[in-house]
Design a protein around this ligand. Structure first.
Ligand code: PEP
Ligand code: MN
Length: 339
């Protein structure tokens, strides 16, 4: 429920309404905004009987929200959310287009140090690398797990780069959060509600990937789990969806980027690596995401993609990433200035 107040409403009116909401057993949430004063209501599991609020002269309108998400919606938070990573890098709103890059999986110290050194040279602030790998086949490389986390921690300490890694189990929240700057919830776990609840209890930024066949509404409802638990630092990541088309690994749903931005205030980034599965398609699609309004991209890169233990065919060579970054810079500046 959303309560829109008259412009003339005083702070005392706001306090009174909040008290009434609390008495109804619900939770009021402040909705910032210059254009209107409004109070959101959460904590209900169905239609709210608004009788106790009826007749309150300070109230202009009571809107019953029927969507399965509230806190992530523009109704509850009209302005863009800007998420700060590691206390220094911003994503969302008018922040510069953010590039996150790194291998699919953490494989060795040498691989991570080579990649980190290259990213540093290029000015890429965030390194990715999976320690726990959710693989389709149990016979595929499953990740270095705890020792992969230690490597990420070491590289982060040595290079000052921010680090993101995927978390696959609610029991891992503590250990993963202690070693990295950003948590990633993968496509396969988008509706792992226990995991969403646990990452919601931390204050770490969370990259929430869209599920393999998830609708926008389901994706936003999953983000809502994280916000409801108290963590507002969620970044949505479109990574392609399952369709009839098998020429690409997934179908890049670029149209969902402006639509997600229209419905939600959260930053939206794009993963052209998993969205296409093909190295040659990564750069054009990363560029397309800038025009579509993405706030950044997460791109797989590997010192020797032909020897990668996972996702080699979609991983860029260093030289290709360098060339792409030059183009990203030019196009992002053009889009910012002209569109
Ligand atoms: C990944 O980022 O390596 C990954 C497994 O992605 P997704 O969850 O989108 O498949
Ligand atoms: Mn991958």
């Amino acid at each position: 429920m959303l309560i829109v107040l008259h412009h003339s409403a005083t702070s005392k009116d706001v306090e009174n309404i909040k008290k009434t909401i609390a008495k109804m057993g619900l939770k009021p949430v402040a909705i910032p905004g210059a254009e209107r004063t409004a109070i959101g209501v959460i904590g209900n599991q169905g239609y709210v009987d608004d009788t106790p609020l009826k007749g309150n002269k300070a109230i202009l309108e009571i809107i019953h929200v029927t969507k399965p998400y509230k806190l992530v919606s523009r109704d509850f938070h009209p302005a863009d959310t800007v998420v700060t990573l590691g206390g220094k890098v911003k994503v969302g709103g008018r922040s510069p287009y953010l590039v996150i890059a790194g291998p699919c999986a953490v494989e060795s110290r040498d691989q991570m140090m080579k990649t980190a050194g290259f990213l540093k040279k290029l000015g890429v602030p965030v390194l990715r690398g999976g320690a726990y790998k959710p693989r389709t086949s149990p016979h595929s490389f499953q990740g270095l797990r705890e020792s992969g986390l230690s490597l990420l921690h070491e590289v982060r300490k040595e290079t000052g780069l921010l680090v993101v890694t995927e978390i696959v189990s609610p029991e891992h929240v503590e250990i993963v959060a202690a070693n990295v700057d950003i948590l990633q919830v993968g496509a396969r776990n988008m509706q792992n509600f226990d995991l969403l609840n646990e990452v919601g209890k931390t204050k770490k930024p969370v990259i929430l990937k869209r599920g393999l066949s998830a609708t926008l509404e389901e994706w936003l409802a999953s983000a809502e789990y994280i916000l409801v638990n108290g963590n507002p630092n969620v970044i949505l990541c479109e990574r392609g969806i399952r369709t009839f088309e098998t020429a690409t690994r997934n179908t890049a749903d670029l149209a969902i980027i402006p639509l997600a931005r229209k419905l939600s205030h959260l930053p939206v980034i794009f993963d052209p690596s998993h969205a296409t599965g093909k190295r040659d398609l990564v750069s054009p699609m990363a560029l397309a995401s800038i025009v579509a309004g993405a706030h950044g991209a997460m791109i797989e890169v590997h010192p020797a993609p032909e020897h990668a233990l996972s996702d080699g065919p979609q991983s860029l060579h260093f030289k290709e990433l360098e060339q792409l970054l030059g183009r990203v810079k030019t196009l992002a500046a053009f889009v910012r200035a002209k569109l």
